[in-house]
Design a protein around this ligand. Structure first.
Ligand SMILES: Nc1ncnc2c1ncn2[C@@H]1O[C@H](COP(=O)(O)OP(=O)(O)OP(=O)(O)O)[C@@H](O)[C@H]1O
Ligand SMILES: O=C(CO)[C@H](O)[C@H](O)COP(=O)(O)O
Length: 335
């Protein structure tokens, strides 16, 4: 069930398949509530089905395989409070199913390969995130998932990743530039060689000077800080944990970087980290920790990826509240 919103706030979540978008979306539900949030997977705008892509020798990442005109028209209509009949791409058959009716909702999330690709669609987005998984980590996650859960062979997983690489670089990666925040997932620097990417170094790149978005910072805004938290207050096994905060430049934009390398042993102790962060957009002291404690079972909950997904979610909520406050304070208070 949805309610007719006064203002539809549009969130874009960009990233490759298998890079953690679903986990991130589940965390957003904690902040917005399932009823007020509608998610559209942009795979539904594939205009070439699996057979046609094969015949024409293009991947799903190629803009030719996607109908950006329709995507723009329909997302715009939803933002204007109008219902749409959205196509459905069926991943089981590789074909398009009959369209489904989508009503506007308070929060509309468009997730997938191309939310920030088309200039017109991009101009509608109120907050955009790009999930940037380094090649090394992507290969390890995909191998672990596709071999264990989907019965794929190692060589096939590698071949599939390699086949997508050129189009990924040409059409997906350039979207990083347009995101308000990028979550980068990299191999740890705490160990000389972590072959399975068990320990991660996760960076949150937050664009500076974006209206209404105040980047989260550690200790002192604008400073450069390396922090090894006290082992008595934040327990963590070998190789430990390291945080960093500081300014940087990214695709010509000034950004504030927050980084966590390593993993947390005890999520209760996140309160120690939370007490040293500012501009988190929490509504009460401990809210960030509470949100992390809700889902200790989600992938990445014990490292920077879970922490940054929660922080980005809090920033999205702040954007929602800012954009709806002037229109209807009652609507904002309901979420
Ligand atoms: N932060 C993380 N830490 C470790 N593994 C992760 C993390 N996020 C995701 N994964 C791994 O990647 C897999 C895919 O995650 P998820 O389903 O959230 O991604 P997705 O982008 O929605 O994928 P798809 O588009 O293929 O459905 C998970 O099952 C898990 O194995
Ligand atoms: O990158 C993808 C996004 O999910 C898929 O590969 C794309 O949507 C094509 O799907 P399928 O392989 O099921 O035909």
């Amino acid at each position: 069930m949805t309610t007719q919103p006064d203002r539809v706030v549009l969130i874009g979540v960009a990233g490759d398949s298998g890079c953690g978008k679903s986990t991130f979306l589940r965390r957003l539900i904690d902040l917005f509530g399932e009823e007020f949030m509608t998610v559209i997977c942009l795979d539904d705008y594939h205009c070439l089905d699996r057979k046609q892509r094969k015949e024409q020798g293009v991947t799903a990442l190629n803009p030719k395989a996607n109908n950006f005109d329709l995507m723009y028209e329909q997302i715009k209509a939803l933002k204007e409070g109008k219902a749409i009949d959205k196509p459905i791409y069926n991943h089981e058959t590789g074909e398009l199913d009959p369209p489904e009716r989508i009503e506007p909702n308070k929060i509309l999330v468009i997730e997938g390969l191309h939310p920030l690709y088309d200039e017109r669609v991009r101009s509608l987005i109120d907050f955009g995130v790009y999930l940037d998984i380094s090649d090394e980590v992507k290969v390890n996650w995909k191998i672990q998932r596709d071999m264990a859960e989907r019965g794929h062979r190692y060589e096939d997983v590698i071949a599939a990743i390699n086949a997508r690489r050129p189009d990924f670089s040409a059409y997906i990666e350039p979207q990083k530039e347009f995101a308000d925040v990028v979550i980068q997932i990299l191999p740890t620097q705490l160990l000389p060689d972590d072959k399975e990417s068990k320990i991660l170094r996760v960076r949150l790149l937050q664009k500076d000077n974006v209206e209404g978005f105040d980047p989260v910072y550690l200790f002192d805004e604008g400073s450069t800080i390396d922090w090894r938290p006290c082992g008595r207050k934040l327990t963590c096994a070998y190789p430990g944990i390291k945080l960093f905060y500081g300014p940087d430049s990214y695709y010509g934009h000034d950004v504030s970087v927050l980084e966590v390398d390593g993993q947390f042993d005890n999520l209760e102790e996140m309160i120690y980290i939370e007490s040293h962060l500012s501009n988190t957009s929490t509504k009460f002291y401990g809210e960030m920790t509470e949100l992390m404690l809700k889902h200790p079972d989600y992938p990445g909950s014990n490292n920077g990826s879970g922490l940054f997904q929660v922080l980005v979610g809090l920033k999205m909520r702040a954007t929602y509240e800012r954009l709806t406050a002037s229109k209807s304070p009652v609507a904002a208070a309901k979420v």
